[in-house]
Design a protein around this ligand. Sequence first.
Ligand SMILES: [Zn+2]
Length: 385
Amino acid sequence: MKINYSKKTLAIMALTGIMMGQTLTPNVAFAQEVKAENTTAVETTHENKVGKNLVLYVGKEAICRLSSQEEYDALTEKVKAYFTDEGAQVVEFNIEPAMELKEKSFTFEEVKTADEAYKMLTQGGRQEALYIAEEEETLEAIAERYGMTLEEIQKLNPELVDPIEKGTHVKVYQGCPMIQVKMEQIISMEQDLPFETEVRQDGNMYQGESKVLQEGVNGKKVITIHQGKTNGNIDFSVMNNQTISAEPVKRVVVEGTKERAATGTFMNPTTGRLTSRFGPRWGRMHKGIDVANSIGTSILAADGGVVTKACYSGSYGNLIEIDHQNGYKTRYAHLSGYKVSVGDKVTQGQLIGLMGSTGRSTGSHLHFEVIVDNVQVNPLGYVQY
Ligand SMILES: [Zn+2]
């Protein structure tokens, strides 16, 4: 059966952009249209005489029948709760069109619960919306998705014919609230107050090194907001005041400023037994000293500087070269592993590699060279073994 809206109802619909329709049961009718020959109405008018026939109105529109004042109260509480933020203090609350419970001499067949009536009020309206086809589809499929009939969607879109191409704009009806709930609330909420970071410099630490002296902790503030909403959408939001409940604790970081540079003196680059000195050996020049120890023994930078080689290099095997940038270079050969790369700035005593037996070598040892202005000199003039 089709529902016939009165002129008045239509006027309300036009005003609010809301349409009823599917949510009403077939026997729904409005006061002026109910006739005695409607059997359901006749039956229920008996109840009217004892004053039990309660009808929920939204403005001038009869929505549904409720069983009691208690159900109506539960419904208004539910509506209020839906649009109010938890913990907020409501200072203004207004439902438009106004909701009212009236005793009436006509009725709906079914009695709705507060939950059902709530669903009608918050979703039972219909408003026109735009749907953009995501793929080729039919008007019927789109109508079904929106709970519309094929006739309704055709009437809204007289120019469209199946199949609907991807990207086509199709007018549809969408569920929406039948009421406008305008409310104002005061909400208090806690927010983080971010901590600041203080950087201190320390000349005793090398550049690139840093440590956290104190961890930062966010503070807390409580802000109070006066907020206006219509159906849950924010109309305005004004901060009333804010109080700091916990001050933040700043983060303190110490950064090193000391340059990674040469000290001007050399320390022993490793530990072990001196097995070969600088000078002529087997008819050739031995351009460094050999210090033997087990594979994996730590090799340290004899002084600070920049790593200029860290690669396999013929008879040297795995070789590291450090330019101390004061006229001196040092070389560390036959390594089994590297702990630095070319370009690294190293400090005196820093672990740079591991002893090994790569290249032209018999047994695990370090071949160590000291170079002054590109000429090898006797390392034992600088280190002691
Ligand atoms: Zn050697």
